[in-house]
Design a protein around this ligand. Structure first.
Ligand code: PLP
Length: 104
């Protein structure tokens, strides 16, 4: 990932899916943190956690939201709550990202 960032400075958004669909693979908070700390990356990291309710406790990147301004965590009620029909997505605090989304 860092190699990709270094080779393309125009990358402004990294979208991670954890746990991944359909693999269920978790991306460790250490890996996410290392991208957030990477000095060559100046953009936003979005973590799609649609399936996080099926993962182990403390798997969520929500704990990083308080520490970093450039992370946005997305969750949904459509999987573990079975509420797909209400079309509700939860965006966990990233002011810059929310400003962009709300201006669309
Ligand atoms: C990984 C992942 N993220 C997000 C979504 C979107 O969920 P929804 O639009 O039902 O809230 C899905 C739906 O299948 C998904 O698999």
């Amino acid at each position: 990932m860092k190699q990709a960032i270094d080779s393309d400075p125009s990358i402004k958004l990294i979208f991670l899916c954890s746990p991944g669909n359909p693999t269920g693979t978790l991306i460790s908070l250490t890996s996410i943190r290392s991208l957030l700390d990477y000095e060559n990356f100046k953009g936003i990291i979005v973590v799609d956690e649609a399936y996080v309710d099926f993962a182990s406790e403390n798997a969520s990147a929500v704990s990083l939201v308080k520490e970093y301004a450039n992370i946005c965590v997305m969750q949904t009620l459509s999987k573990s709550f079975g509420l797909a029909a209400i079309r509700c997505v939860i965006l966990l605090r990233c002011r810059a990202f929310l400003l962009i989304v709300s201006s669309l």
